[in-house]
Design a protein around this ligand. Structure first.
Ligand SMILES: Cc1cc2nc3c(=O)[nH]c(=O)nc-3n(C[C@H](O)[C@H](O)[C@H](O)COP(=O)(O)OP(=O)(O)OC[C@H]3O[C@@H](n4cnc5c(N)ncnc54)[C@H](O)[C@@H]3O)c2cc1C
Length: 482
């Protein structure tokens, strides 16, 4: 007889971060406030998942099946009240001051309740992370101030990151593939800026975004050498949203086509150097693939938790379904893989905090500067002006290049791609296996297991298909000349 409910359940409220990943217990001795913050993030995430995400998941999925434009605004406002869209902004500037570890804890807990609803919040940050990648300090400060002040007024700020083309999403994420790609979009250099023409597709939150970060080549016949990243407000003349996709899963988070018809982008909205768009893309992927991998593990866990609950209540042959040995073996197989991959995401989150981009926040000088500078100065126009001066900007840019080297980016793509592909495959296998366990009766919508199955399929396709993620691992393990 199974006495204990699933210990790592978003339905539970107890804190167990150290039990969850024992290495964090060792870390706690050296970095007590860092780990305590993550424990607090876990307590908060479980409550938010239980009270705000789980009760809405099926209803939102149903409404989005009828209308792909539907968005649960009440949910998003709840997320804003908790400062979730600005969670990575330091507390002193109005955010939650979350580390990558905090964010990944939230991702696993939230995705166990509903991948789609979590994605609306998490993916809106993608575009902002595009700004931080360039470490253009004035731009980062301007966006932080805008996001925090809009959030205070209850007005959401969405970003979209548009790299996928109708001609192929894989090509837009892989240097060798991009070399032979024929993009539909092109940017033409004109006086004072650039003119964009073309189409992007399958863009998360594309129909909601106020700001769109978009990659386009300056010369279609040399896409890799001329690929460049731009930022444009969605109010730019000539920009419009095409169709919003009807997807099999992750319906709560919309995906849209974006149309560019002679859209002027001023030169100051260039978000990579000309021809360095692919490097920009790779640097973002070196962080986000690990995040998506974490989300897939949450999704697999959510399916297993729902199956344990169903199988504990369902009677077969005069006993509970969960008392069948084959059911216990099937679920144990999945639990083993979830436990193992959880260590991989914890490791990846620590790497982002101590080895990749977020290590700047752990730098004692930066930490002290943030601590002693009054908030009024940090949020002032004067500081933004100062940050925009060539010397300051190139100093920060230089520091960033030293901190986040190409080697770090390559290594994190290798580990992040492995985590993403293994996690998405696990989510697909877990949800399929859970459907086998519960049978047709358990696959009724009300149990949420078939929704997990639909959500899982999408994870094998986005953030680079699992084939591309495998290729990225192979090339970094074995070496490959382009
Ligand atoms: C829910 C969802 C959200 C998304 N959000 C975004 C977003 O916010 N921003 C964005 O830019 N994109 C987004 N995408 C698009 C996503 O990144 C692409 O679907 C993905 O990159 C695959 O591209 P594709 O669908 O065009 O497939 P294709 O690139 O056409 O690939 C088709 C098949 O060929 C294989 N293949 C292609 N090229 C190669 C190669 N060189 N080597 C080996 N195999 C190859 C692929 O693995 C796949 O099996 C989203 C997609 C979905 C479903």
């Amino acid at each position: 007889m199974i006495e204990k409910a699933t210990p790592y359940s978003y339905m539970g409220s107890e804190q167990d971060l150290i039990e969850y990943a024992p290495v964090l217990g060792i870390m706690k001795k050296k970095f007590p406030s860092y780990i305590k913050h993550a424990e607090e993030a876990q307590r908060f995430s479980r409550r938010f998942a239980r009270e705000e995400i789980a009760p809405r998941a099926l209803e939102v999925d149903r409404k989005c099946s009828e209308d792909p434009n539907y968005l649960d605004w009440d949910f998003f406002h709840k997320a804003m009240e908790e400062h979730l869209p600005t969670s990575f902004i330091p507390e002193k500037l109005g955010g939650r001051g979350w580390s990558a570890l905090d964010m990944f804890v939230f991702t696993e807990e939230g995705c166990a309740a509903c991948f789609g609803l979590l994605a609306v919040i998490a993916f809106s940050m993608f575009g902002f992370s595009c700004a931080t990648v360039e470490y253009e300090p004035a731009v980062v400060l301007r966006f932080i101030k805008h996001m925090v002040s809009e959030e205070k007024e209850g007005r959401p700020v969405f970003f979209a990151w548009a790299i996928t083309e109708p001609s192929g999403g894989t090509d837009a994420e892989h240097p060798a593939a991009m070399r032979t790609m024929r993009p539909s979009i092109e940017a033409r250099k004109v006086e004072g800026g650039y003119i964009l023409n073309g189409t992007k597709c399958f863009i998360t939150n594309g129909n909601l975004a106020q700001f769109v970060v978009v990659n386009a080549p300056l010369d279609r016949s040399r896409p890799l050498e001329t690929d460049t990243t731009f930022m444009l407000p969605a109010t730019s003349p000539g920009f419009s949203v095409g169709k919003v996709e009807v997807k099999c899963g992750q319906k709560a988070c919309p995906t849209a086509e974006l149309l560019f018809d002679d859209v002027f982008v001023p030169a100051e909205n260039l978000w990579s150097l000309e021809g360095e768009g692919m490097q920009h893309t790779q640097e973002i992927l070196s962080v986000t693939r690990g995040g998506v991998g974490t989300a897939t593990i949450g999704l697999a866990r959510g399916a297993v938790e729902r199956t344990v609950k169903y199988a504990s209540e369902r009677k077969v042959r005069g006993h509970r379904l969960i008392d069948e040995g084959w059911v216990q073996f099937a679920l144990a197989d999945l639990m083993m893989d979830i436990l193992n991959l959880r260590h991989a995401w914890v490791d990846f989150a620590l790497a982002i905090d101590f080895y990749h981009a977020m290590k700047l926040m752990r730098n004692p000088v930066a930490d002290m500067a943030l601590r002693i500078t009054p908030k009024s100065v940090l949020m002032s126009d004067k500081l933004e002006e100062l940050a925009g001066m060539g010397l300051v900007s190139s100093m920060v840019g230089g520091l960033k290049k030293k901190l986040v080297t190409e080697e770090i980016i390559e290594n994190c793509i290798r580990h992040g791609s492995a985590l993403k592909a293994a996690g998405a495959d696990l989510a697909m296998r877990a949800t399929s296996s859970c459907c086998d366990v519960v049978g047709l009766e358990g696959m009724k919508r009300q149990y949420g297991i078939e929704k997990c199955f639909r959500d899982a399929k999408v994870t094998q396709i986005f953030e680079g298909t699992n084939q591309l993620n495998r290729l990225d691992v192979f090339e970094r393990e074995v070496g490959y000349e382009f």
